[in-house]
Design a binder for this molecule. Structure first.
Ligand SMILES: [Zn+2]
Length: 231
C-alpha cells in the first residue's frame, strides 16, 4: 500500500516537473509576450502530393502558427503552393526531392506534406516510424507524413535550435520516444522547454539561405549543396 502511495507521489511530482519545465504557464504573462515582439512572418512554401486538400493544410498551418506565435512570436505565412510526387519515400530521398524541386528564393521554409502508405502505417504501429523530418544542412526543408500539430511544430522548431538536437521535455522531446506502437500521440506537448524557447528567440531572425552551425548533422543534403548555395 505504502509503495503504491510513494509511486503515486513520484509520478505526480514527475508530471508537475514536466509541465513546469515548459513555457505553457507563462504565455499569458505580459513580460513573456513582450519578449516575443516583433513578430516574424515565416514565409512557407507548401509542397503536397495530393494527400490532403489545400484547406486541410491551411488549417493545420494556421493552428500550428497560433501555438508557435504565442511562444516565440513567429507566424507561419504560406506564400506558395506546389504539387510534388515522391519517387522514393526514405528520409533523405524525400528531403532531396523537395530541395531540388524548389528554387532558393521567395520563401523561408519549404514543407512537404504526405501521408503514410498502408505499409508505412503498419510499420509505424508495430515498431514506430518517423512522422516528420528536417534537413540538417540548411534546417529549412521539412517533410511531414501526417497532419499533426506536434509533428509540424517539432520540425519547425528544429529550424531555430542548433545547440541541442532534442530535450528532456516539452515540444523537443525526441519523437522516437513518444511514438510508441498503438499509442495515440495526443500526450505530446506543444510547448517548448524554457531553454529551447530562449534559443528559438536567439535564432528567430536567421537567414534561411545560409547554412547554420549546428551540433550534429544526420540528414545532410547532397554534396553539391555547397555549389548550389554559392550560386
Ligand atoms: Zn526531432
Amino acid at each position: 500500500m505504502n509503495r503504491k502511495i510513494i509511486l503515486l507521489v513520484a509520478l505526480s511530482s514527475l508530471s508537475f516537473l514536466v509541465s513546469c519545465a515548459t513555457v505553457k504557464d507563462r504565455v499569458s504573462e505580459s513580460a513573456f509576450q513582450a519578449e516575443n515582439l516583433p513578430v516574424r512572418e515565416l514565409k512557407i512554401l507548401v509542397a503536397s502530393d495530393g494527400s490532403y486538400t489545400r484547406e486541410e493544410i491551411d488549417v493545420i498551418l494556421r493552428e500550428s502558427s497560433r501555438a508557435f506565435e504565442e511562444q516565440v512570436g513567429i507566424r507561419f505565412v504560406p506564400v506558395r503552393y506546389m504539387s510534388l510526387h515522391w519517387e522514393k519515400r526514405d528520409v533523405l530521398s524525400m528531403l532531396e526531392k523537395i530541395y531540388y524541386s524548389t528554387d532558393t528564393q521567395g520563401f523561408d521554409m519549404a514543407i512537404g506534406f504526405s501521408r503514410w502508405t498502408p505499409g508505412e502505417f503498419l510499420v509505424r504501429n508495430l515498431v514506430g516510424s518517423w512522422e516528420g523530418c528536417i534537413d540538417d544542412t540548411y534546417r529549412r526543408y521539412i517533410i511531414v507524413k501526417n497532419l499533426n500539430k506536434h509533428t509540424l511544430l517539432h520540425e519547425v522548431a528544429h529550424a531555430f535550435i542548433f545547440e541541442n538536437t532534442h530535450s528532456a521535455n516539452g515540444l523537443m522531446m525526441p519523437m522516437t520516444f513518444q511514438v510508441l506502437p498503438f499509442v495515440p500521440i495526443s500526450v505530446q506537448s506543444l510547448y517548448l522547454a524554457e531553454e529551447d524557447r530562449r534559443e528559438v528567440l536567439a535564432n528567430k531572425w536567421r537567414e534561411f539561405s545560409e547554412i547554420p552551425v549546428i551540433a550534429s548533422r544526420e540528414h545532410t543534403l547532397h554534396a553539391d549543396t555547397q555549389a548550389r548555395s554559392a550560386m
